[in-house]
Structures are given as structure tokens and as C-alpha cells.
Write a protein that binds this ligand. Structure first.
Ligand code: MTE
Length: 421
């Protein structure tokens, strides 16, 4: 069975359209209506609306728990993006204090002592129900064999603002620059290990982790808890139930005490604050794979099309509108990444044509690639820096990204302004 996100989604879309949906949160006709509305762009402002948060459960503070120093993070609605300058001089992974936060509502403050992972559904032997699940506490998980994975997390909307700023395309939703991405060293237990201990049946097909953050309410509809199904093949492959991030207990904003990490898939798959996990012998659906995280708009059918892997992107570890001395040699640094595999080539243009950047050898084959390029701004004035990468499939970043109604998967070359003085 293929582990590719797009293949899985294509199959599930067909099943969903054939009326096999269950657990989508809202019924199929309503979702189709919503899909059509999105295609017509009438729902364009949907994700931008202030999120209506259900009354906060006891122990939940509004917003994000960690400090948001302006030199490290930029707040965006209920989220915060990493400033790329904050990576200058850092190592391969993004330190926890500057890792981007994507919250549909707010960071819940959960008690590790009472927290339980609760597995249930027809895909488990004995078919435990939601009310009588198979449970694991944090200590139970810590006793199981540990696994470490250096994985990249990226929001599907990362780079969205450049649809509007560089292309004049509508870009509804969170206006991410390029800072909705990060790589961390995650440590935990394989989801597969826990599924097997919970009595996984051979005929289970889907696994749906659910977050313990408040219900997500948008456009007057309560879509319930943030959740998104995974096919069993992926769940048994490299998916982690992580309880550590870069050697520390998972921070509150990143899913304490336990989150799912789905390497290579878009960020929404990596459910934070995981609690219930449905395991099913029939396909599972949620608004997060039927309504959001799909391509709508011209060229796409009413129900939208699948969101493939994250495309190729590049960013300079420089402030937007950075000021640098004219005439002095600079070592420009940046990173490139692609959901389709390692980066093979990066080129940089400082105003006089494309030339190759130097790739950091130690990073070859990893989830992102650091690179450097020398540049001596010849005279005071304004310049535009551009970087474009090519991944292992031979795909190079285009000048323009292909627009879609919800403005996902921006892969165009970003024009980074800089002033020499
Ligand atoms: N899980 C829950 N429970 N609630 C959320 O809002 N956001 C998702 C995903 N998991 C989300 C979630 C999205 S869209 C992304 S991009 C990643 O978490 C972001 O992870 P981070 O906040 O640790 O960077």
C-alpha cells in the first residue's frame, strides 16, 4: 500500500463522494455545499474570521503559552510564525523558544498525571468503544521502546502572504510569511507499537488522532476537535507519539504531554495534545481532510482536489528589509526544503543573475538543507535577494506559484528586499 499522502487522499475522496463518509463532523451534502462556496471564493475570508472559541475549560489560558519575543516570533491571530533572522547562527534544528505555533484555538494546559491516550474503534480487537477505550498514561508510553526522529513540520499555508504580495492573488487565511516551518528532534514511541499493544486488527484501515484543545468553531459551525485520519500503513510506518522536542519535555504550545508527528506530511496531520485515537476498519473523515487542506478554485472540482506533499521552498536567514553595509562581503545564509525529498541544488540571485549556493554537506538528504552564498553589495541602495531550490525529483521553484482558493502550497521564488547603506 502506498504511504503517499496524495494517493491516500485521492482514494478517500472517492469514497467520501460515494457517500461512505462517517465522522466528518458535518454531513456530506453540507460539505459539498461548503466546497462549492469555496470554489466561488465566497468563503475566502473564512479562515481569517476571529475564531469563536468554545468557553475555555478550566486551566486553559487564551492564546499561546510561551513568550513571543518580537525578534524570535511574529504573532498572527491565534498563531505565531518564526522570524527567519532567529535562525541565523543556529544549528540544524529550530530551538523550542522560536518554533512556530499553529493553533486553531488556544493552547490547553493539560495535566500529565491525569492525561490518557484513549484508543477505541472497530479496528481494535474487542472493539473498545469511545466510552471504554484502551488507555495508556504518559508513564506507560515512556516505558515502551523509544524512537527518535528529526522531522520537519510545515503548515500548508506557509508562504501564503506572497500569493497576495507578489502575485495579487487572493490569499485568505493566516498570512504566513515563510516562518510556518521548523525542524525538531522528536522523541517518543512509535504509534505502531501502541496500536499493536492496543489490539490492532489486521483489517484496520484508518487511524484518527484527536486533539484535546477546544472545539474549532468557524462560520457558525462547530467542527469539533481538531482531528485528521491517517491510513494504517502510514500509522504503522514512521509516525511517532512524541513526548520530547529537542531533548525537552514537549512544550505546552507544541502538544504537551504527547503529540503525533507524521514525518513528510503537512503539519495538520501532526495532531497536538492527542487524547482519543479512533482505529477503524472503515475509512474515517474529518473536516481537516474534506473541507480544509484541499485545493479549491479554478481548475479544481467543487469538492476540491487533494493537497499533495509540501512543495519546494527557500528562505534567507535574514530580516525582511535587512540593512547591510555596502562594499563589505557578506555570507548570506538560508535553508531550502521540499516534501518530495531532499534538496539537490540551490541558486541565489543578488541582482546580477543566478549562481549556485554552497550546500552544507552535513545536511545532505535531511528534511531541510542549509546553504550559503557570498555577496558584496556594490553600492548603497535597495536590492532584491532571491533563492530557488531544486529537489530530488528535479522540481525547481517557479517564478509564480499556482493560485488556489485557500492559498495553500506557495512555492514561488520569494523576493527578499534588502538595503545596503
Ligand atoms: N493539533 C491540534 N490539536 N490543534 C491544532 O490547532 N494545528 C495543526 C497541527 N496539530 C493543530 C494541531 C497544524 S495546522 C500544524 S501546522 C501543526 O500542528 C503545527 O505544530 P506546532 O504548533 O507545534 O508548530
Amino acid at each position: 500500500m502506498s504511504h503517499a499522502e496524495a494517493d491516500h487522499d485521492t482514494r478517500r475522496s472517492r469514497q467520501w463522494l460515494a457517500g461512505e463518509a462517517r465522522g466528518a463532523g458535518v454531513d456530506r451534502d453540507r460539505l459539498l455545499e461548503l466546497g462549492a462556496a469555496m470554489a466561488a471564493l465566497t468563503a475566502a475570508a473564512d479562515e481569517r474570521e476571529p475564531v469563536a472559541v468554545a468557553p475555555a475549560p478550566v486551566g486553559v489560558d487564551p492564546g499561546i503559552a510561551k513568550p513571543l519575543p518580537p525578534d524570535l516570533l511574529r504573532p498572527l491571530d491565534t498563531n505565531a510564525e518564526m522570524r527567519w533572522t532567529a535562525l541565523a547562527g543556529q544549528g540544524y534544528v529550530v530551538p523550542n523558544d522560536r518554533f512556530f505555533v499553529r493553533n486553531h484555538t488556544v493552547t490547553p494546559h493539560l495535566d500529565a498525571d491525569t492525561w490518557r491516550l484513549r484508543l477505541f474503534g472497530t479496528g481494535l480487537r474487542g472493539a473498545p468503544t469511545r466510552d471504554a477505550p484502551v488507555e495508556f498514561g504518559l508513564d506507560d508510553l515512556r516505558r515502551l521502546p523509544t524512537e527518535e526522529s528529526t522531522a520537519l513540520l510545515e503548515c500548508a499555508g506557509n508562504g501564503r502572504r506572497y500569493f497576495a504580495e507578489q502575485q495579487d492573488d487572493p490569499a485568505p487565511g493566516v498570512a504566513w510569511g515563510l516562518g510556518g516551518v521548523g525542524v525538531a528532534r522528536w522523541r517518543g514511541v512509535r504509534l505502531g507499537t501502541v496500536l499493536r499493544l492496543a489490539g490492532l486488527r489486521d483489517d484496520a484501515v484508518d487511524v484518527m488522532p484527536e486533539g484535546l484543545d477546544p472545539d474549532y468553531v468557524t462560520g457558525g459551525v462547530n467542527l469539533g476537535r481538531v482531528r485528521r485520519p491517517l491510513p494504517i500503513a502510514k500509522a504503522l510506518d514512521d509516525v511517532l507519539l512524541a513526548y520530547e522536542m529537542n531533548g525537552e519535555p514537549l512544550p505546552a504550545d507544541h502538544g504537551f504531554p504527547v503529540r503525533v508527528v507524521v514525518p513528510g506530511w503537512i503539519g495538520i496531520s501532526s495532531i497536538k495534545w492527542v487524547g482519543p485515537v479512533e482505529v477503524s476498519t472503515t475509512p474515517l473523515f474529518s473536516p481537516w481532510n474534506t473541507r480544509f487542506y484541499r485545493m479549491f478554485g479554478p481548475g479544481h472540482p467543487a469538492e476540491g482536489t487533494v493537497l499533495g506533499a509540501q512543495p519546494v521552498k527557500s528562505a534567507f536567514e535574514l530580516a525582511w528589509d535587512a540593512r547591510v553595509p555596502a562594499g563589505a562581503e557578506l555570507l548570506l545564509r538560508g535553508r531550502s526544503w521540499s516534501g518530495n525529498g531532499p534538496i539537490n541544488r540551490v541558486e541565489v540571485d543578488t541582482g546580477d543573475g543566478w549562481r549556485p549556493a554552497d550546500l552544507v554537506a552535513a545536511d545532505r538528504g535531511g528534511p531541510w538543507q542549509r546553504w550559503t552564498a557570498r555577496w558584496r553589495p556594490p553600492a548603497p541602495g535597495r536590492y532584491t535577494l532571491r533563492a530557488r531550490a531544486t529537489d530530488a525529483t528535479g522540481t525547481t521553484q517557479p517564478d509564480r506559484a499556482t493560485p488556489n482558493a485557500l492559498a495553500y502550497l506557495f512555492d514561488g521564488i520569494v523576493h527578499h528586499p534588502i538595503t545596503a547603506f
